[in-house]
Design a protein around this ligand. Structure first.
Ligand code: PLP
Length: 610
């Protein structure tokens, strides 16, 4: 047992946004200090700081049990905040602030009543704490093994998904999940966060580095549990309830977290429930964003936040045009780069950072990190550029940082998931390497190869191609319009489908239950493997080592699945029930499944030896 770890007592008396707060420092002689700093009132002279010194002494006891002896001494700082005998803390510069992350111990001056804690002293605690999953819970283990096999044998084309490496998995499944650490790094609510602070500072530093950002101009929050939470934290921090937001329509490839309500007016996303939202659309004929219409709408609607970025847009975003449009009504320009953040980091698509005020992202799509969200915000003095305002209000300095951080915690979230933050830091380190750049270049080449392969097979693609990692296959052109299967696949095919009424995404919510009830069907699973939601994207299979030729083969699978679908519909009828019946004992589907699985199983799966 590591006797330096494991004792953490006390809370800060107040939550401060300043980097002060509580901290502990361990020492090789098994003692450490716990500092409780708090302001008793607004007068800085009356700051009071208590320093509790603890000594941990492991002692061998009969029967080989380890006990921990705890001793305590408490005393008060003088008016200048200096504790007798206390050495200087270790300070680092983070985002322009000097932050104390570690303090040296002080002597234990007085002994404290001994407390004995037996560790690992019974068979019960050993068996409870150290069983492998397969023994502790065979049922869950069994399901997980099946999912592992499914991932291994499948062809994953969902644009939202990727495969993380072993190091990321190790961090995710680690002891870091044990620690509570609400608050920003350096100002945590609980004690015992000296290492967690180090992790989070490092993660923030790597996040800025991955996107080539100067910490004088950009800050980052790596705590969001998801990109939906990240987006909502931005709205909560910067808007009042009822203020206006504009984002790309969900049916045009936007994301519900940018505002979504049904044609009947039912507000679906919290962005629409608590704020007013209006969407802009792609041109139904070209599939490109209609910037002129967008401008007209923005000038009329005057949103406080204008959002660019989406879930299924295969082309470059014209950030400069968005900036000009946002400036026409003084809107904050936010980019949700969830899908393309990996490409942005690798400089394989245009960067939103030049023109946007806020940039959010998921961390698990092309970025290839753990599941979560991230928020970048401008900080420091507002740049004044000819032609662009890049500022809001009269102040000369951005005020996003405190508002967004406070909105995320304590307004919306509790303790950050430290295992996630460590895993994200690992992924972000990789993102800054030449190997990751090469990976992203291959992702793009593979997307081009898939697009060309489908076009060569007379398929129609929305916008006729792609500039990034995903492409939209217009299956309406194959005569698959309007059939229940298409709706069934609207979850599976979503972004790649075109529906009557120029809507690409019309039934995503209603159909979710239908597709869930049907996904257990063995044969349909084959079709789903090929026709996956938001599909036809290349990051996941590129992570498994697929190159251009492999995507040529994948194009064949896609087309074959579409042909079989079409035949079953013709032979068995139009309803979903008929279609499912038609799948039963269907030899073509059976053959296709075998071929898909044989193909998928050829490729290595990152992290699966773990
Ligand atoms: C553009 C965009 N924003 C936000 C999200 C939501 O991310 P999360 O699932 O982490 O909430 C997605 C997910 O697909 C997305 O595509």
């Amino acid at each position: 047992m590591d006797s330096q770890a494991g004792l953490s007592l006390g809370l800060n008396a107040s939550m401060q946004s300043s980097p002060a707060g509580s901290s502990t420092a361990s020492h090789s002689d098994n003692s450490f200090a716990l500092d409780l700093n708090y302001k008793s009132n607004s007068n800085s002279k009356s700051n009071v700081s208590h320093s509790l010194a603890w000594c941990l002494t492991p002692e061998k006891q009969p029967e080989n049990n380890v006990v921990v002896v705890v001793k305590k001494r408490e005393h008060e700082e003088d008016e200048d905040g200096v504790v007798d005998g206390e050495e200087e803390g270790e300070t680092i510069n983070f985002m322009g602030r000097t932050v104390c992350v570690k303090r040296k111990i002080e002597e234990c001056l007085q002994s404290f009543p001994v407390k004995r804690v037996a560790v690992a002293d019974s068979k019960l605690s050993v068996s409870w704490g150290n069983q492998p999953l397969s023994v502790a819970d065979p049922e869950i283990h069994g399901i997980m093994q099946k999912e592992k096999l499914r991932q291994f044998k499948g062809i994953e084309l969902i644009a939202s998904e990727n495969f993380v490496c072993r190091a990321v998995m190790e961090a995710l499944g680690s002891h870091l999940t044990n620690k509570y650490s609400e608050g920003m790094p350096g100002a945590k609510y609980y004690t015992g966060n000296q290492y967690i602070d180090q992790l989070e500072f490092l993660c923030c530093e790597r996040a800025l580095n991955a996107f080539d950002l100067d910490s004088n101009n950009w800050g980052v929050n790596v705590q969001p549990y998801s990109c939906t939470s990240a987006n909502f934290a931005v709205y909560t921090g910067l808007l009042n309830p009822g203020d206006r937001i504009m984002g790309l329509d969900t049916a045009s490839g936007g994301h519900p977290s940018h505002g979504y309500y049904t044609h009947g007016g039912k507000k679906v996303s919290a962005a629409s429930i608590f704020f007013e939202t209006l969407s802009y659309k792609v041109n139904p004929l070209t599939g490109y964003i209609d910037y002129d219409k967008l401008e007209e709408k923005v000038v009329d609607y005057r949103p406080k936040i204008l959002i660019c970025g989406g879930s299924s847009y295969p082309r470059e975003w014209d950030y400069m045009r968005f900036r000009k449009i946002a400036d026409k009504c003084g809107a904050i320009l936010m980019c949700d780069m969830a899908h393309i953040s990996g490409l942005v980091a690798a400089k394989e698509v245009a960067s939103p950072f030049e023109y946007c005020d806020i940039v959010t992202s998921t961390t698990h799509k092309s970025l290839r990190g753990p599941r979560g969200g991230i928020i970048f915000y401008r900080r420091g003095p507002k740049p004044r550029r000819q032609g662009f305002v890049l500022n809001h209000g009269d102040d000369s300095t951005y005020d996003f940082e405190d508002k967004i951080n406070f909105a995320l915690y304590p307004s919306l979230q509790g303790g950050p998931h430290n295992n996630h933050i460590a895993a994200l830091a690992i992924a972000l380190k990789q993102v800054a390497t030449p190997e990751y750049k090469a990976y992203m270049q291959q992702v793009k080449r593979n997307a081009q190869a898939l697009a060309i392969a489908l076009l060569r097979r007379k398929c129609r693609l929305v916008t006729d191609g792609t500039d990034n990692h995903l492409l939209l296959w217009d299956i309406a052109a194959l005569g698959l319009i309007g059939h229940p299967l298409i709706f069934l696949m609207s979850k599976r095919l979503s972004a790649a489908s075109r529906f009557p009424g120029n809507s690409r995404f019309p039934m995503i919510f209603p159909m979710q239950s239908l597709s869930v009830s049907v996904t257990s069907h063995l044969d349909l699973a084959v079709v789903e493997q090929v026709f996956d939601p938001k599909s036809k994207s290349t990051p996941a299979m590129t992570s498994r080592g697929c190159v251009e030729d492999d995507f040529e083969a994948i194009a064949d699978f896609l087309l074959r699945a579409a042909q079989i679908t079409s035949i079953i519909q013709r032979e068995h009828g139009k309803s979903c029930k008929d279609f499912i019946k038609g799948l039963e004992n269907n030899k073509d589907i059976f053959d296709l499944r075998n071929r898909v699985e044989a193909f998928g199983s050829q490729f290595e799966m990152p992290g699966f030896t773990y």
